[in-house]
Design a binder for this molecule. Structure first.
Ligand code: UTP
Length: 215
C-alpha cells in the first residue's frame, strides 16, 4: 500500500540534547553529512508519499528553509560547474511532484496534539507518521509498515523494537499477543515501566500508520 501523506511532528523543544539544540533544531543535526530530517524524508518518499506535512514551531525556521528550494544557490553551483554539490542539494526531496506543507503547533502540548495539528491536511487513506529524531537506518521501514497495514486489518500500526530488559524504562512498552504474520496485535502500552512489571521487551518507536478516522 502507498502512503500518500506522511506527517512529521517536529515542534518539540529538544531539551535533552541541549546545548546542541540551542540554535540548531535536533532534526537538522547530522549523521556525518546527512541531517536526521533527510533520513526521515527519504523514508517517507520510499513509502510513496506525495504530501509531506511538517508540524513545526516558529522557533525552528531552519526546518522550513531546509525543505525549501534555494534557487540562488542552485544557479550559483550550476554556473560554477559544481555538479556533485548541486546533485546533493537537489536530492533533499523538495521536488515539484511532492507537496511540502508546514503548519505550526503554537504550544508544546505533546506528540498527540502535534499529530492532530496535521488533521486539515490528511486525505482519505491511511497516513504515515515519522518522528525524525528516532533514527532508523532502513529507508524501507515505513514502506514495510504500509504493506503490513494493508494485510493486517489493523486500524493503526506502531513500529516496535525489542530492547534489553534494563532499557524498558526508557520506552513505551507493548502488552502484546502472539505475532500474526509481520504484525503483533497489541493489547496495551505502558509508558516507561519498571523492568519488574514491564509487559514485554517490545518498545514503541517513532513510526506509525494511522487510519484517518483517528483524527
Ligand atoms: P520528544 O519526546 O523527543 O520531545 O518528542 P522533544 O520536545 O522533541 O525533546 P525533549 O524531550 O525536550 O528532549 C517526540 C517527537 O514529538 C515531537 C518532537 O518534535 C519529536 O519528533 N513533539 C513533541 C512535538 O511535535 N510537539 C510536542 O509538543 C512534543
Amino acid at each position: 500500500m502507498q502512503l500518500d501523506t506522511v506527517i512529521f511532528p517536529v515542534a518539540g523543544q529538544g531539551t535533552r540534547m541541549l546545548p546542541a539544540t540551542k540554535a540548531v533544531p535536533k532534526e537538522l543535526l547530522p549523521v556525518y553529512d546527512t541531517p536526521l530530517l533527510q533520513f526521515a524524508v527519504d523514508e517517507a518518499l520510499a513509502a510513496g508519499a506525495r504530501r509531506l506535512v511538517f508540524v513545526s514551531h516558529r522557533s525552528k525556521p531552519a526546518l522550513e528553509a531546509y525543505m525549501s528550494r534555494d534557487a540562488e544557490l542552485e544557479a550559483d553551483l550550476d554556473a560554477k560547474g559544481k555538479t556533485g554539490p548541486l546533485a546533493d542539494l537537489m536530492s533533499t526531496g523538495a521536488s515539484s511532484d511532492v507537496q511540502v506543507i508546514f503548519t505550526y503547533q503554537e504550544a508544546p502540548l505533546g506528540l498527540g496534539h502535534a499529530v492532530a495539528c496535521a488533521a486539515p491536511y490528511v486525505g482519505q487513506g491511511p497516513v504515515g507518521v515519522i518522528l525524525p529524531d528516532d533514527l532508523i537506518l532502513n529507508p524501507g521501514c515505513l514502506a514495510a509498515m504500509a504493506d503490513a497495514y494493508g494485510q493486517s486489518g489493523a486500524k493503526s500500526l506502531i513500529a516496535g523494537m525489542e530492547v534489553p530488559i534494563n532499557q524498558v524504562s526508557r520506552y513505551g512498552i507493548f502488552a502484546a499477543k502472539a505475532p500474526h504474520g509481520d504484525t503483533i496485535p497489541a493489547t496495551g502500552l505502558v509508558e516507561k515501566p519498571d523492568p519488574a512489571v514491564a509487559p514485554s521487551r517490545l518498545a514503541a518507536i517513532g513510526r506509525y500508520v494511522l487510519s484517518p478516522d483517528i483524527f
